[in-house]
Design a protein around this ligand. Structure first.
Ligand SMILES: *Cc1c(COP(=O)(O)O)cnc(C)c1O
Length: 472
């Protein structure tokens, strides 16, 4: 019997062949070599498996192509951009908030140059990384002082561990929430070294419930915004304004985890009212925490604002070092916050706010433009494109009941599997993430930007070709 193993190409020969060589110009040698070895090994296995000679020859003929494909794939970043057609504006799985080009330039300048991150340019001595944000955050929120950490979960942990370690913290039962699976108030409390004292019932908590629980071991009163769920019907909870009465009477610090942390009253734009950070500070809350990448529309951070005496203690807590934010984040946050000096600019320039407040006219206009672009390129009786009214969501565990009226492009397929089509949209080189509902594919124009229209058209063409022949 003929020794087919002798047919296997040599690694070095492949590496130097015309069809492979150029890969080395832009792909690390190791990745090209690995790809060559894997593909040779695959053929070796086939020879061992006694595949016919014709097949082996064909495999060897195609090996360049396979090596190229494998090496290029491995050379791509795993974290990549996608098109969010889901209509969920603050989509945690898709990266929550976007930042605009202007802010990106800011980050790029800081990232590619040295900066005064921890350097005081006045005195020429060591400075604090938080100092760059102190003025802008206190000015916008009305708080005395601030510290910014990696995310809001870290913020809550830092606050509790600084203020209430070894003491009791009183929280309403209706506010013992879980956010995004891993963040649960009782567990964060335990981590911080504070003891959770839950008061009231699931649907009703009164001021007297808090007051009855106060004793000499009480370290703080905690109010948690039930961001991602609502208790409806026969309910009552105690507002931080009311809690402030107890704070004064017993001199116990009042902490509030606001979750989203809006800085402008969004009810003006037809979105359900969410308590603003400024209001909490005004009501006398000692320490407020909130996320940077939810309704604020900035980078991932947890912002802590409040009385100087507590913030100063937090700066000395070793956890602060572990939770510290990097320079890109500080740069992005500072630039995002500056928009808030002018509410109109904030609404127009911060992508999250822009998408949330987008008018129906604008969405409708965009929908028609995209529909036309698609129809120009794809004319096939197997695929219908129409426009439907639908609802977008805020997302990010914010405003769970809010339904934002929107328009969607809806794709209906005649002779192919909708599921397979949706799959292929996700496999496009810029993945397109859509909503699948009742065997139709929805593209919500609220979260789709004009510059993404061409990608969507190409993605549809790609998916259409790929899905041909795959039946319902
Ligand atoms: C989202 C949220 C958190 C967690 O914030 P991250 O920035 O995601 O860490 C904590 N508390 C509340 C009330 C939230 O809504």
């Amino acid at each position: 019997m003929e020794n087919l193993f002798a047919l296997l190409p040599k690694v070095d020969d492949l590496l130097e062949s015309e069809n492979i060589k150029d890969l080395l110009d832009y792909i690390p040698r190791k990745l090209v070599l690995d790809s060559i070895r894997i593909e040779i090994e695959a053929i070796r296995e086939k020879i061992k498996g006694q595949r016919p000679k014709d097949e082996i020859n064909k495999e060897i003929e195609d090996i360049h192509f396979k090596i190229r494909k494998r090496a290029e794939k491995r050379n791509k970043n795993k974290l990549k951009r996608v098109v969010n057609c889901t209509g969920v504006v603050i989509h945690t799985n898709l990266g929550r908030s976007l930042i605009n080009k202007e802010i990106m330039e800011n980050i790029s300048e800081i990232a590619t140059n040295y900066s005064n991150l921890e350097y005081d340019l006045e005195t020429g001595t060591r400075g604090l990384r938080y100092s760059h944000l102190e003025e802008i955050i206190t000015e916008i929120t009305g708080g005395e002082s601030t510290i910014v950490v990696n995310n809001n979960a870290a913020a809550v942990l830092l606050v509790l561990s600084t203020i209430a370690k070894g003491k009791e913290v009183i929280v309403s039962r209706g506010e013992l929430i879980e956010i995004g699976g891993a963040f649960r108030i009782p567990e964060v409390m335990e981590q911080s070294g504070a003891t959770l004292i839950s008061v009231g019932t699931t649907n009703k908590t009164h001021l007297r419930d808090y007051e009855n629980a106060i004793n000499e071991d009480t370290g703080a009163l905690l109010k948690v915004h039930t961001s991602n769920y609502r208790i409806l019907g026969f309910t009552s909870s105690v507002d931080s304004e009311k809690l402030f009465e107890l704070r004064k009477k017993y001199d116990i610090p009042l902490i509030e985890d606001l979750g989203s942390g809006v800085l402008v009253d969004l009810s003006k734009y037809g979105i359900e009212y969410e308590p603003t950070v400024q209001e909490s500070i005004k009501k006398g809350v000692d320490v407020v925490t909130f996320s940077g990448d939810k309704l604020l529309g900035g980078p991932q951070v947890g912002i802590i604002v409040g009385r100087r005496k507590y913030i100063e203690e937090m700066k000395k807590n070793p956890l602060t070092r572990a939770f510290r934010v990097d320079k890109f984040t500080i740069s992005a946050l500072e630039a995002t916050l500056r928009y808030y000096f002018d509410e109109e600019r904030a609404i127009n320039e911060i992508p999250t706010l822009k998408m949330l407040t987008m008018s129906m006219e604008e969405i409708e206009k965009k929908t028609k433009v995209l529909q036309e672009r698609i129809l120009e390129k794809i004319e096939d009786p197997g695929m219908t494109i129409h426009i439907e009214n639908s609802y977008s969501e805020v997302g990010g565990g914010s405003l769970p009941l809010e339904k934002l009226p929107t328009k969607c492009i809806v794709v209906t397929l005649e002779k192919m599997s909708t599921q397979a089509f949706e799959n292929n949209l996700r496999r496009f080189h810029i993945p397109i993430i859509t909503r699948l509902y009742k065997d139709k594919i929805y593209f919500d124009l609220r979260t789709i930007r004009n510059e993404e229209f061409d990608i969507i058209v190409e993605g549809l063409l790609y998916a259409f070709e790929k899905t041909k022949g795959v039946m319902q």
